[in-house]
Design a protein around this ligand. Structure first.
Ligand code: GLU
Ligand code: MG
Length: 630
């Protein structure tokens, strides 16, 4: 989840005093990097995936499943046996927010050859086996996006009670601080977000109203001092801690581009796919023991780290704060970065004018300057006493401090100082799937898409406000089948830099006939195509594959992946969210009251585990890939 510094974390009051210092030096650090590497062209296309995992314990005797809070030890063991013993070890392990989470990536990035697509699933398998081998009996490694009973009494092993009144970092009614990673970065972020905001974070997720769900659905919280009663909305599942969001798992892909221009182009193009891929990967329908009416984690995480004050959120006139800020730090991107994207930048962009000017004066172009000046409207949230005064030529911690706590759908990543890493972009919206096969399918699909975009110079841009509307639709229950998404009609027209900003039709998002360049499409149409409307991404990828030299085995693997995506999009296969909903609905103990009991949770996760391990097939979710698990 970003930069890990060691040392003594400052509290919010102290951190605040250094906010301008961190921003000022962050910008200097960015400029130093930029000036050193802006011209670099030699980089090659590299990429890698990140999978986040939960450690869970299956207590068969009591019919309970719990999150095991030993991620710290597991991580240490994995690193000791892995990267610390052998620098070429095939896997890398990193901490994540929950003390029940770990994150795994391949040891080396993948390169540009097609045959590497055939190694992704193997590597994910290695990671899973490696991590599983150091777990205790009855423990297992789960790739589920949100733990259905996160925050319910006794959801952790060992069990801890939340501490809403005593000193603590979350002060949650539900989520004990022990479930937060012990590295001080995570608790500091948690506490400082709460202090900066001036109250606990507020997460309200609409409840799924089943036949017997009380209406209105209103909960009582015995330990509440009044804050929850004020914050909780009727007919919503209320949550009050960062862990409810950042304690969820996802699947991310990072690309290294050949140059900064290519990185900016990819950043923009991929941004339009964030809502589509999120809806397709939807895997998180349950929160705090209830069935919700959403299928994706996005809005939950967004609210879970929303450190904006009332003034910044527009609830009160601006007095002590500088800006009215429209979105949480975890949210969708607010501006495109490539020159072709400029005319589709139609979202109100709050920027720090001084920083913007400083960047422009230093020779940064308007689009990149405003992007950075927008990220830098935020305050640093965690700062270590030993890391205040830095060598701006050779360090980038202050830049990374703000960069890594702007958790957006896409992230544009300058190279670290003095490294041979190039300009990168990170694709962040996808939810993690049960099996390595599915996770590989999503990863390979998005990587292939970037190949096609770059080779054919495709253009998927639509006004950014429409991408935001798509993000809202994408999270709704069953969006894959019911949602309609704005999508570009003609992706071959490409962008004509000569026209940039000059044509008023283009600025309105109109094509030369005066029609909108985009229209509403279903995910099925976008992925599989529909006569007369859109060719479909899978047909485009197939066409690309036909023209590429690919060995038979790799081709077969890729086709299996594409088939999964194709059938998820058409509704022939269920999303994980839908599949989980059906499992709960059919469970003998389910009372149509939106409640996920311990027993239901246990049976669900038991089933998930055996599908993950390949002990059980699940054709309605995964189909029947021909050579899966070869
Ligand atoms: N777990 C977060 C998510 O589900 C992402 C954290 C990270 O940036 O690695 O989006
Ligand atoms: Mg992560």
């Amino acid at each position: 989840m970003g930069l890990l510094s060691k040392g003594s974390p400052l509290n919010w009051e102290e951190t605040k005093k250094y906010a301008d210092h961190v921003r000022k030096h962050g910008i200097v650090q960015f400029l130093n990097i930029y000036n050193k590497v802006k011209e670099r062209q030699k980089d090659v296309l590299l990429w890698g995936d990140e999978v986040e995992y939960m450690l869970i314990e299956m207590d068969e005797k009591n019919g309970k499943v719990r999150l095991v809070l030993n991620g710290g030890e597991v991580l240490e063991t994995l690193q000791d046996k892995g990267e610390k013993t052998n620098p070429n070890h095939p896997t890398l392990w990193r901490p994540e927010y929950g003390s029940y989470m770990i994150e795994g990536t391949p040891g080396q990035p993948y390169g540009g050859t097609m045959s590497e697509f055939n190694t992704v699933e193997d590597n994910m398998g290695k990671r899973r086996r490696e991590a599983s081998s150091v777990l205790n009996k009855n423990e297992t490694l789960a790739t589920i996006t949100s733990f259905p009973r996160l925050g319910c009494p006794g959801f952790t092993q060992p069990e801890y009670k939340p501490t809403p009144v005593e000193k603590g970092v979350s002060k949650s009614l539900f989520f004990p601080d022990e479930a937060i990673n012990r590295h001080p970065r995570f608790s500091t972020l948690t506490r400082n977000i709460r202090h900066r905001r001036g109250e606990k974070v507020v997460i309200n997720v609409p409840i799924f109203k089943d036949k017997c769900t009380p209406s209105p659905f209103v909960e009582k919280f015995p330990e509440d001092d009044g804050e929850a009663a004020r914050a909780a909305l009727p007919d919503h599942i209320y949550m009050d801690a960062m862990g409810f969001g950042m304690g969820n798992c996802c699947l991310q892909v990072t690309f290294q581009a050949c140059s900064i221009e290519e990185a900016r182009y990819l950043y923009d193009q991929l941004a339009t796919f964030c809502p589509i891929m999120m809806a397709l990967s939807a895997a998180s329908p349950f929160y705090r023991g209830y069935v919700s009416d959403i299928d994706c984690r996005w809005g939950v995480i967004s609210a879970s780290v929303d450190d904006r004050t009332g003034e910044e959120r527009g609830l009160e006139p601006l007095k002590t704060n500088k800006f009215r800020i429209l979105k949480s730090r975890y949210d969708s991107i607010d501006s495109y970065l490539s020159s072709c994207g400029d005319r589709y930048n139609d979202i109100d962009l709050t920027i720090d004018e001084e920083i913007n000017k400083q960047l422009l004066d230093a020779g940064i172009d308007k689009l990149l300057a405003q992007h950075i000046a927008h990220l830098f409207i935020r305050d640093p949230l965690s700062l270590f006493e030993e890391k205040i005064y830095l060598d701006d030529e050779n360090e980038s911690d202050h830049f990374e401090n703000l960069q890594s706590t702007n958790w957006q759908t896409m992230r544009f990543k300058p190279p670290p100082p003095n490294s041979d890493i190039g300009w990168r972009v990170e694709f962040r919206p996808m939810e993690v799937q049960l099996t390595d096969f599915e996770n590989s399918a999503f990863v390979v699909f998005i990587v292939l898409l970037t190949r096609v975009i770059l080779s054919y110079k495709l253009d998927f841009l639509i006004p950014l406000s429409k991408v935001d509307e798509n993000m809202k639709v994408a999270q709704k229950r069953n969006a894959v089948q019911e949602g309609m998404f704005y999508f570009r009609k003609d992706i071959y027209k490409g962008c004509n830099p000569a026209l940039d900003g000059s044509s008023s039709a283009a600025q309105n998002g109109l094509d030369s006939e005066g029609d909108n360049e985009y229209t509403l499409m279903s995910i099925d149409t976008i992925i599989n195509g529909k006569e007369g409307i859109f060719q479909g991404l899978i047909p485009i990828l197939n066409c690309y594959l036909e023209n590429m030299e690919v060995d038979v085995d790799t081709r077969c693997t890729i086709l299996n992946y594409l088939k999964l995506i194709k059938r998820r999009a058409s509704g022939e296969l269920m999303t994980m969210a839908k599949w989980m909903r059906e499992f709960v609905d059919k469970h003998p103990q389910y009372k149509q009251d939106s409640v996920i009991t311990d027993r239901i949770n246990y049976d669900l996760l038991r089933k998930c585990d055996s599908i993950t391990k390949g002990e059980e097939r699940c054709p309605e979710l995964i189909g029947d890939p021909v050579n899966r698990g070869k």
